[in-house]
Design a protein around this ligand. Structure first.
Ligand code: TMP
Length: 239
């Protein structure tokens, strides 16, 4: 296959840009170093983040593919650019939690680090103006955000991603606290895993020390942000 070329920009998000290619079924994602938190209220840059998130995401998407989860991944094109299948993003953020942290701890008064008795799955409606409000199956049906069948597939994939990713990270000395996934629909209606799986979208804690190796270092001004991202790259890809 000839190397795909970027054409017009289709979309610019907070951490990535998406470009059309000559093939209407494919697009190119370009990862930025920009970092935001609290729905864009806090803005900054994490040097080298785009390169790391591109590499880490592609590594983990390949892991998912090998384990039977269909994804949008096609080919890594460069340090920051990846060819992916063009999808309509289902407007839901799918959050999976193993250990209490972040907004769950705040909302329910559970201490950060407390193991949950069972895995928690949450949905947020992807809408920046509304601050991505949490929704349940009833809201999803009432607003026609996804069909019942699509929600069932998404839940099944999200739980399987949790098993595969959690097991894999353990071997790298990383505890998977929680993470956010997004899914897309191909033109024939197939649901596939899309977006990214990276220190921006997951909470990764060192298994031994509990040290945070993810975007919470930026959100909470903990320092050592770049080092944490580099440490994840090193542990997962040996780079
Ligand atoms: P939360 O505890 O802030 O709700 O975050 C749960 C997980 O989702 C955490 O791993 C970070 C990730 N996340 C995103 O990827 N994007 C977001 O906009 C938010 C709020 C969280």
């Amino acid at each position: 296959m000839a190397a795909a070329q970027k054409m017009n920009q289709l979309y610019e998000g907070k951490a990535k840009r998406v470009f059309a290619t000559a093939d209407p079924g494919l697009c190119i994602v370009d990862y930025k170093d920009d970092a935001t938190a609290f729905n864009g209220l806090k803005k900054g840059q994490i040097a080298g983040k785009g390169v790391i998130n591109n590499r880490v995401t592609n590594h983990l998407m390949r892991l998912m593919e090998r384990n039977g989860i269909p994804t949008h991944f096609v080919e890594e094109l460069s340090e920051r650019e990846t060819l992916v299948k063009k999808v309509d993003i289902v407007p839901l953020e799918v959050i999976v939690r193993n250990i209490a942290a972040g907004s769950l701890s705040t909302r329910l008064g559970l201490p950060e680090g407390e193991k949950l008795r069972s895995t928690v799955l949450e949905f947020s409606y992807k809408n920046d103006e509304l601050g991505d409000p949490m929704v349940n199956d009833y809201h999803i049906a009432a607003m026609n955000l996804a069909t019942k069948e699509e929600v069932a597939i998404i839940c099944d994939y999200a739980m399987r991603v949790n098993e595969i990713l959690g097991g894999y990270l353990k071997t790298a000395g990383v505890e998977l606290i929680d993470f956010k996934l997004e899914f897309g629909k191909t033109p024939d209606g197939t649901i596939i895993l899309a977006d990214e799986i990276s220190p921006d979208t997951c909470r990764f804690w060192d298994s031994k020390t509990g040290e945070k190796l993810d975007k919470d270092r930026f959100r909470r001004d903990l320092g050592g942000v770049e080092d944490a991202y580099r440490e994840i790259l090193r542990r997962l890809l040996g780079e």
